[in-house]
Ligand binder design. Structure first.
Ligand code: ATR
Length: 268
């Protein structure tokens, strides 16, 4: 019997996680089965209980349940505690334990795949919701010279920033005059085809800057805005692959190579 894992979200049918974990399992000679489970809104804990009772050994959690997954766990890793969200659940080591691999997934995509060194750089994160909360701790730990969180609702950005020493929070109007080496879009604006109210790209991006949209699989207005100013732009497909590889490592004790999988996804 293969060991059972799943990704749980709502909606979840289009998740690439089953495909990713199947590639990793084959490459690492691990006998696992990985499925998609759509949890009804309001029934996430019951869905997890049922999956565990059916022998599930671990799960990935995606929108909109990452904060609920954090509450479900008996204990969590340090990085999940900082993010206050869980995307990786482990069931086969006693009480449910939670981890968060999103932040390290972003760091690995930036530093290894895109060869963007964060230390000493000026970094802007757009957004202060769950997605931003998941990556700000890791970006902070990478030692940027400056870390600014900007959000449409400025108070949420300030509340997030205050938790990380040296980090500031503001509304988009607070960015005037600031220039960044990396701008990470952690808002959901792109899903609605919208662009946050940013200053002009010429003002916002330093020479050689990188624009990164955590959304993947679609050309967002933010990526178009960056490219129009000839700024290097990347979607979040590499982060998706890297966070999955880190989850696989947590569960199976072996880190899969991500290069060929990422190349295959980029080819479409
Ligand atoms: P997620 O888990 O994807 O982060 P969320 O917690 O609902 O989802 O947060 C969505 C984020 O996208 C928020 O930062 C939101 O800004 P507000 O806090 O001001 O609502 C941001 N967002 C969504 N649509 C946006 C838009 N059209 N322009 C700017 N920011 C937007």
């Amino acid at each position: 019997m293969p060991d059972r894992y799943a990704v749980i979200g709502n909606p979840v049918a289009h998740s690439k996680s089953p495909w990713l974990h199947a590639q990793f399992a084959r490459a690492c000679a691990q006998d696992i089965e990985y499925m998609c489970i759509e949890a009804p809104l309001g029934a996430f804990p019951a869905t997890l209980d049922a999956f565990r009772a059916a022998g599930g050994r671990g799960a990935n959690v995606t929108l909109p349940f990452k904060q609920e997954a954090f509450l479900y766990c008996a204990s969590v890793s340090e990085r999940a505690r900082e993010a206050r969200a869980v995307n990786t659940l482990v069931f086969d080591r006693g009480e449910p334990w939670g981890d968060n691999t999103d932040g390290v997934g972003l760091l690995r995509d930036l530093e290894t795949n895109l060869r963007f060194e964060l230390r000493g750089r000026r970094v802007l994160v757009m957004g202060a919701g769950g997605a931003a909360q998941g990556v700000v701790p890791s970006l902070h730990s990478a030692g940027p010279a400056q870390l600014v969180v900007a959000n449409r609702t400025a108070g949420k950005a300030r509340a997030l920033a205050v938790r990380f020493k040296g980090t500031t929070g503001c509304g988009y109007d607070g960015l005037a005059g600031d220039t960044f080496d990396l701008v990470v879009n952690a808002t959901s604006a792109g899903l609605a085809g919208e662009l946050p109210a940013l200053p002009s790209a010429q003002e916002l991006f330093a020479p050689g800057a990188l624009a990164y949209d955590m959304v993947y699989g679609r050309d967002t207005p933010f990526l178009a805005y960056a490219r129009a100013a000839e700024v290097r732009a990347s979607d979040g497909i590499g982060m998706l692959v890297e966070q999955a590889a880190e989850s696989f490592l947590v569960w199976r004790g072996v880190r899969p190579d991500t290069r060929s999988v990422l190349a295959a996804l980029r080819r479409g």
